[in-house]
Design a protein around this ligand. Structure first.
Ligand code: PBG
Length: 396
């Protein structure tokens, strides 16, 4: 981790004319990179720092890990932590306050964890090349290594706190049971592996496991064609949040953004924004790029579809503007019994066109009855929240 101390900054530039790069470096103030403090978050922040260093060798960077409210308090019901007048997001609130004050210059987030509406004076500076966006099944060490969803013993308990993951799995594997599982990646794996663990398996994002070098634990990659599981909006992509109007930070961020991921995730987020009305929605998506000089469909390992700003296309790489953005969406009721899905593809020649595509898809899903599923879920959520709140008050 690189850090610039005050002493470095105060060192007078070297009289030796050959030391110009050093003196240029010390004259630019360091860029403070905010991140949550979990192991995964810090790995992600270091990857972004490295990309920025490669793009701007004359700049220095500081990584500033910050403990988020959601990381501190693991007891209070989640919905209650985010309650209140100016409810700041559980995972991003502290970091955003520091960014607004100027204590940070950029924040590295998992795009998946970012609300679709950001604070007024902050903005998404860039979305970076997507890692594998799929969910992954991790099996208990007590079960045979080749166990997958279809061969789990009936009535097995899956650890996940995600309504999206549970609802989609109930739809196809109605005998599975689900139990809450919170904590960062290491904690969740620890709870699965514990001697007295209630879980037969858990679901985690493949991206996080891959970044931590834990993908050897993955028993099955889940997708629409494998287990009928579509991932969360923005899953697998990192994002950089900056202050609106901060031209230095915007330039830094733009330099490392990935255009395909940006357009695909912008479509996904516009879809979610149009459907959510303030509460989280159990919606699964899959997006990919198709056509334009014969590129495969489906998830493409990042290298095969990378195209960074300002860099020429690699040989054989299709022009993004000649490709179709393919989008598959599924909204499922909590019990898995009702669902509305839609698949489509179109050319999107800008982020704005991608957002229009996302909103159009939301409209079609609503026409097909997704609104009824979502209304029911938001009612059930309110009842559950009320019940939890009463229990919480009674326990005090
Ligand atoms: N909800 C927490 C979270 N936010 C992002 C990731 C994974 C990494 C990513 O999607 O980029 C995870 C862990 C998980 O869902 O397993």
């Amino acid at each position: 981790m690189a850090s610039t101390t005050l002493a470095d900054l105060q060192t007078p530039s070297h009289p030796n004319p050959q030391a110009t790069t050093t003196s240029a470096r010390t004259q630019l103030p360091p860029i403070n990179i905010g991140t949550r403090s979990s192991a995964l978050a810090q790995i992600q922040a270091r990857a972004v720092e490295q990309a920025l260093k490669d793009a701007y060798p004359d700049r220095t960077f500081n990584i500033c890990p910050v403990l988020a409210q959601g990381d501190k308090d693991k007891v209070t019901p989640l919905h209650q932590l985010s309650q209140g007048e100016n409810a700041k997001s559980l995972w991003t609130g502290e970091l955003e306050a520091m960014l607004e004050k100027g204590d940070l210059d950029i924040i590295v987030h998992c795009l998946k964890d970012m609300p679709t509406q950001l604070p007024e004076n902050l903005t998404l500076g860039a979305i970076l090349e997507r890692e594998d966006p799929r969910d992954a099944l991790i099996i208990s060490p007590r079960l045979p290594k080749d166990t997958h969803l279809a061969t789990l013993p009936p009535n097995s308990t899956i650890g996940t706190s995600s309504v999206r993951r549970a609802a989609q799995l109930r739809r196809i594997y109605p005998t599975l049971k689900f139990a809450d599982l919170r904590g960062n990646v290491g904690t969740r794996l620890g709870k699965l592996d514990a001697e007295d663990s209630p879980y037969s398996a858990i679901i985690l994002a493949a991206a996080g496991l891959k970044r931590m070098g834990l993908d050897n634990r993955i028993a099955q990659y889940l997708s629409s064609s494998n287990g009928g599981m579509l991932h969360a909006v923005g899953q697998g992509a990192l994002a950089i949040e900056i202050r609106k109007g901060d031209e230095v930070a915007q330039e830094l961020a733009y330099k490392i953004q990935d255009e395909r991921t940006t357009r695909a995730c912008s479509a996904e987020r516009a879809l979610l924004r149009a459907l959510e009305g303030g509460c989280s929605v159990p919606i699964g998506v899959e997006t990919s790029w198709r056509g334009g000089r014969g590129v495969a469909t489906g998830f493409q390992p990042a290298k095969e579809y990378s195209s960074k700003n300002g860099q020429p296309l690699e040989e054989g790489e299709p022009d993004i503007n000649e490709q179709d953005l393919v989008m598959e969406v599924l909204v499922v009721s909590v019990d898995g019994k009702e669902s509305v899905g839609y698949n489509t593809a179109r050319k999107v020649r800008s982020t704005e066109e991608a957002e229009i595509m996302g909103r159009d898809v939301a409209g079609i899903l609503i026409d097909r009855g997704a609104d009824k599923i979502l209304e029911k879920i938001s009612k059930e959520k309110m009842w559950a929240a009320k019940k939890q709140l009463e229990e919480y008050k009674a326990s005090k």
